[in-house]
Design a protein around this ligand. Structure first.
Ligand SMILES: Cc1cc2nc3c(=O)[nH]c(=O)nc-3n(C[C@H](O)[C@H](O)[C@H](O)COP(=O)(O)O)c2cc1C
Length: 216
């Protein structure tokens, strides 16, 4: 089956891409509203792009009336945002934040989330999240009237106590259970892990590979 992508309606491209490019990590993005309150909304057109410089990217659609989402407006106005990662513990709270709250009404109390002051930026982070990345806007590119791509540089990293070994900086995987987005209202756990090491060229060239360790 081949689909000439340019010929498809945008809604069909969305359907295909969000159901095949999976799972996607979820950023529960906090930003500062004009009145100083904190806005929070999830974004799964999201990923980390590099570590040097340390960059994250967010794909921001507009609201159905073509006006920018509160997150987009706030990032444009303040130049700062926090990416709070989403695990099983805060999954339901994250979904509450996706509801269409009026402009300048914070999702935080309704979702029963707790905020704390960031160290390097003036936007609060969500303490309940396993990991929070303080970000400064590098650029917001507008690809269409209703489509922005925000690029942010990570200037601070918070992790829940016990999640990361302070000496080795290794993650304690028994305590880290991020969820991923599949499509529409479908999500996935990350318990089913396995390892696969990259073979040396000599082995790879002969088609030899190391065995998969763990469940499949
Ligand atoms: C798991 C999940 C992922 C989402 N990903 C995106 C996304 O990548 N881009 C987007 O524009 N909206 C996305 N949304 C929808 C926004 O979260 C939603 O429109 C929200 O109300 C925007 O809030 P705001 O106006 O406060 O920024 C997602 C919703 C959910 C539940």
């Amino acid at each position: 089956m081949f689909l000439d992508f340019g010929q498809l309606a945008a809604k069909d491209r969305y359907k295909l891409l969000t159901a095949t490019v999976v799972p996607r990590p979820i950023a529960l993005v906090s930003t500062r509203n004009e009145d100083g309150s904190t806005n929070a909304a999830p974004f799964s057109f999201f990923n980390v792009f590099s570590e040097d410089p340390p960059l994250v990217v967010l794909g921001l659609q507009s609201k159905p009336d073509s006006s920018p989402k509160d997150t987009t407006r706030n990032i444009r106005l303040t130049g700062e945002f926090v990416v709070n990662l989403v695990d099983e513990e805060i999954a339901e709270k994250m979904v509450i934040c996706a509801a269409d709250f009026p402009k300048d009404e914070s999702e935080i109390p309704a979702a029963n989330l707790t905020l704390a002051k960031s160290r390097n930026i003036d936007v609060d982070y969500i303490v309940d999240a396993p990991v929070s990345l303080e970000c400064r806007r590098v650029t917001v590119l507008q690809f269409a009237k209703t489509r922005d791509l925000a690029v942010g540089e990570i200037v601070g990293f918070h992790a829940r106590e016990g999640l990361i070994d302070p000496d080795t900086l290794r993650i304690n995987w028994d305590k880290y259970n991020p969820i991923g987005r599949l499509y529409a209202d479908q999500y996935i756990h990350t318990h089913d892990r396995f390892s696969m090491s990259i073979p040396a060229y000599e082995d790879a060239a002969n088609g030899e590979y190391s065995e998969i360790i763990g469940d499949r």
